[in-house]
Design a protein around this ligand. Structure first.
Ligand code: SAM
Length: 294
């Protein structure tokens, strides 16, 4: 059974930091390094944020895994920083774009550090057979537990759908965790975090990037859900960083909301609900205890 010396009680504080990661836009951060097809993915991590996490929580030579790697942001940034890295992704479509990004962004020596495999994160230990107990860092952004899709503003202004359906929830495959809500989401991600626990070496870290979203005005507190699920898998909650999705200009925040976010917030305010724009993501660091007995 796993011991949890890092587990916190409500009265214990977890260190909190604020990171500015969007002084330039996401598009600018990817320009020239990521293939243009990357824009088809509806939930990418900011490259600047991935770099910051890798620098804070790993060192050159470490083995980094992203079990739900999308278009491969973690891998591109990890190999650039001389970490060995392996990505797993359910959808062939995103695996192909990850491969293209690795080929495009990395010189031959660093390209050899990175690998991507099609597979299900709920069976991560089988997909990455031979790596059990050897991984130094798992960095991932899980699906949001609510709808995600690439917004087509022009189509919407012409009275058509807001989201390109081919990008909705990452795939039309109902088995993709992007479709899971409520208890289904909890069960799927509990399985993923248990697999992450098995792969990490004792003392190593799981770092998640989540965004709290609204569904019909209600906040889905994915950060809290993730803390609960990771704790259930045996991890200790080590640190919470707020990654600003806003530029800091002359002591003010310049938010970078999507058209969808702006539209939702304006509509809510018009109907008397005093909502604000969500201008951050939560970066949660969890640790597998050193003296763990599996
Ligand atoms: C929020 S995105 C991650 C994006 C990634 N961090 C990037 O920068 O591109 C979540 C990803 O999880 C993938 N996914 C969903 N269910 C999965 C599963 N069971 N196994 C592996 N990947 C899965 C989705 O297809 C999607 O690409």
């Amino acid at each position: 059974m796993a011991t949890q010396p890092f587990a916190t009680t409500e009265s214990e504080a977890v260190p909190l930091a604020v990171w500015a990661c969007a002084q330039t836009t996401a598009r600018w951060q990817r320009a020239g390094r990521y293939v243009p097809e990357s824009t088809r993915h509806p939930g990418k991590m900011l490259p600047e944020l991935a770099r910051r996490i890798l620098l804070a929580y790993s060192k050159p030579g470490d083995i980094v895994v992203d079990p739900m790697c999308g278009i491969g942001t973690t891998l591109v940034e990890a190999a650039t920083l001389d970490r060995r890295c392996i990505g797993v992704e359910l959808e062939e479509r995103w695996v192909a774009i990850t491969r293209a990004n690795l080929g495009h962004a990395l010189p031959a020596r660093q390209r050899r550090l990175a690998d991507v495999r099609p597979g299900d994160a709920r069976s991560l230990a089988s997909v990455l057979k031979g790596f059990r107990g050897r991984i130094d860092l798992i960095l991932m952004s899980p699906p949001y537990a609510c709808a995600a899709g690439v917004i087509d503003k022009r189509a919407w202004l012409r009275g058509r759908r807001l989201c390109d359906v081919s990008t909705l929830n990452y795939s039309t495959d109902p088995d993709n965790v992007g479709h899971a809500r409520g208890a289904h989401y909890h069960a799927a991600m509990a399985a993923v975090y248990a697999q992450c626990f098995a792969l990490l070496r004792p003392g190593a870290l799981l770092v998640t990037v989540t965004k709290n979203m609204r569904h019909r005005g209600r906040l889905i507190d994915l950060a809290s859900i993730t803390i609960e699920l990771a704790g259930g898998a045996g991890f200790g909650y080590l640190q919470h960083n707020i990654a600003l999705h806003a530029g800091v200009r002359h002591r003010a925040l310049v938010s970078r909301p999507s058209f969808w976010q702006l539209n939702q917030t304006e509509r809510a305010r018009r109907s008397g609900l005093p909502l604000h724009l969500i201008a951050h993501e939560d970066v949660l660091a969890f640790r597998k205890a050193v003296d763990v007995h599996e």
